[in-house]
Ligand binder design. Structure first.
Ligand SMILES: Cc1cc2nc3c(=O)[nH]c(=O)nc-3n(C[C@H](O)[C@H](O)[C@H](O)COP(=O)(O)OP(=O)(O)OC[C@H]3O[C@@H](n4cnc5c(N)ncnc54)[C@H](O)[C@@H]3O)c2cc1C
Length: 485
């Protein structure tokens, strides 16, 4: 416990007792949901957000059924109401000229997700937080965490804000627990997390107006060359398109990005989407976001917890980030429940419980993280013939239907938090690829199927070994990163 005298700790919360104070930095998906939850539990929360206006972003627009379930657990499912959200029953995967429909599993509840404008959902979560009398919202940009000069424990943070005359001012606030939820570009993670953020691609996004999706109420994934395209309806008239672009982004200013989208991406889209796609290219602002990978870390620093994208990110292809964030809120709420931690200034108790989060969240977060990274590798196979084998095998696996669809989609939906089941299906795909190669049903070098003859045996054997090897190098590093603390 930090030996700083109580009056110093209490300074900014002078009207309130210090035992139940939590500072949350960032009122995005995680911070708002957590503030609302802790506030409802009777904890006093100071919620610092740099901009309370409705966010306008191309992220966090499809909530998996597992995320809906987390909202229900938190009593926040009403936040999906009144935002023109569109129910989502599963995915349609296009591998031109073929396609396959993947429905969320009928035997799980809830088995419907939904998609919406990100900002509208965030505003409802923020409203839920602000409606709690013991949540104090402040507009300000957190600048630095404050360590105790004696114990080094984090005892608060400083933030800047504009006063009524418009002048920028700075203020220090103190609390026994500071939770950092400042998102993917977190300014605090570097000091407290040793793992690096990596990014292999960007999503370029814009809105298509009155687009005719071939399968309404489904997310659409086009297995395009060189990497996937996502489409989902986010409102009655609006459909989000996210185009994955590996490597460096073509320049927007000199028109390279427009030309790439027009000439290379447009022709790969389903025919009914193309009209609104080409219209939107002329009218809509193109925006981009890096698709980042940050393996999870355990929170060890006393007085501090990093959560959400600040602590763990995965490729957004499978739309799992909000589901993970909302389940982290469920877990942290349970771990810090007042029956377990009556006094948040009992640092030893708080730290012990917070450290449990790393493994408590693992079943679900590992499934979402591994699936996102592995699926992205397969779906962005490019010209790698072994990766292409796995891509073709994955699509063929989905076409088998039954459990080859319901379990993988249940995993993706955040409804089956079983990493071993995921790994089982991943290698089932790889071995199915071996079978398809040997029977001549797929050829990663050509779209034509050809019957194998005995003369193909040596080269087929080599391709089979490489397919399994490729599956291992796709998935094993991600598994290892999940096991590291
Ligand atoms: C292109 C893309 C598409 C995605 N699509 C989906 C999807 O469809 N479904 C899904 O589930 N996930 C998706 N994700 C992931 C999802 O958006 C994130 O996992 C989720 O938003 C994380 O929530 P968060 O609360 O950690 O961060 P955020 O929601 O980003 O919130 C961070 C908050 O902190 C505030 N903030 C930042 N710095 C400061 C500061 N210094 N002081 C005060 N406030 C600060 C910000 O203003 C913001 O309000 C996508 C991600 C990307 C990149």
């Amino acid at each position: 416990m930090c030996p700083i005298p109580r009056p110093l700790i209490a300074e900014p919360f002078n009207a309130l007792s210090t035992e139940e104070k939590v500072i949350i930095i960032g009122a995005g998906i995680l911070g708002s949901a957590l503030a609302a939850t802790l506030g409802k539990r009777g904890r006093d929360v100071l919620l610092i957000e740099r901009d309370w206006k409705e966010p306008d972003r191309i992220v966090g627009e499809l909530l998996q059924p597992g995320g809906v379930k987390a909202l229900q657990e938190l009593g926040l499912e009403d936040c999906l109401n009144g935002i023109d959200a569109v129910p989502c029953n599963g995915y349609a995967v296009f591998y031109p000229p073929e396609k396959v429909l993947l429905s969320y599993p009928a035997d799980k509840q809830p088995n419907v997700g939904c998609s919406f404008h990100h900002g509208r959902f965030v505003m409802n979560l923020r409203k839920a937080a602000r409606n709690c009398p013991n949540v104090t919202p402040v507009e300000g940009t957190a600048g630095a965490l404050i360590p105790c000069p004696v114990t080094d424990q984090i005892i608060g943070c400083s933030y800047t804000y504009r006063d009524k005359s418009g002048e920028t001012r700075s203020r220090n606030v103190y609390a026994p627990l500071t939770i950092v939820a400042d998102g993917c570009f977190s300014k605090f993670r570097k000091q407290h997390i040793t793992k690096d953020v990596t990014s292999k691609s960007n999503f370029v996004g814009f809105v298509l107006k009155d687009c005719q999706l071939p399968h309404p109420n489904h997310g659409h994934v086009v297995l395009a060359n060189p990497s996937p395209i996502l489409l989902y309806q986010i409102g009655t008239h609006d459909t989000r398109i996210l185009v994955d672009i590996p490597g460096k982004l073509p320049s927007i200013s000199n028109g390279d990005l427009h030309a790439y989208l027009e000439n290379h991406i447009g022709p790969q889209l389903p025919a009914t989407v193309q009209i609104s796609f080409y219209t939107a290219l002329k009218t809509e602002r193109l925006r981009s976001m890096p698709n980042s990978w940050l393996p999870p870390s355990s929170n060890k620093k006393e007085g501090l917890v990093l959560l959400g994208d600040a602590m763990n990110m995965r490729h957004p292809l499978t739309g799992g980030g909000m589901t993970v964030a909302l389940w982290d809120v469920v877990h942290i709420d349970e771990l810090l429940a007042s029956e377990k931690v009556p006094d948040l200034s009992d640092t030893t108790m708080v730290t012990r419980n917070v450290q449990k989060l790393h493994w408590v969240r693992k079943p679900l977060s590992a499934v979402v993280n591994i699936l996102a990274q592995a699926l992205y590798s397969l779906f962005s196979a490019g010209n790698d013939p072994h990766m292409k084998t796995l891509q073709l095998a994955c699509f063929a696996y989905f076409k088998r239907g039954g459990r080859c669809v319901s379990t993988p989609v249940g995993l993706l939906a955040g409804l089956i938090p079983e990493p071993l089941t995921l790994i089982g299906h991943f290698f089932a795909v790889a071995f199915y690829g071996v079978y398809l190669l040997c029977t001549g049903n797929i050829d990663p070098h050509s779209n034509d199927k050809k019957r194998s003859s005995i003369l193909d045996l040596p080269s087929n054997l080599w391709k089979c070994v490489m397919a399994i090897w490729t599956a291992c190098i796709v998935v094993l590093p991600v598994i290892v990163s999940e096991l590291k603390n």
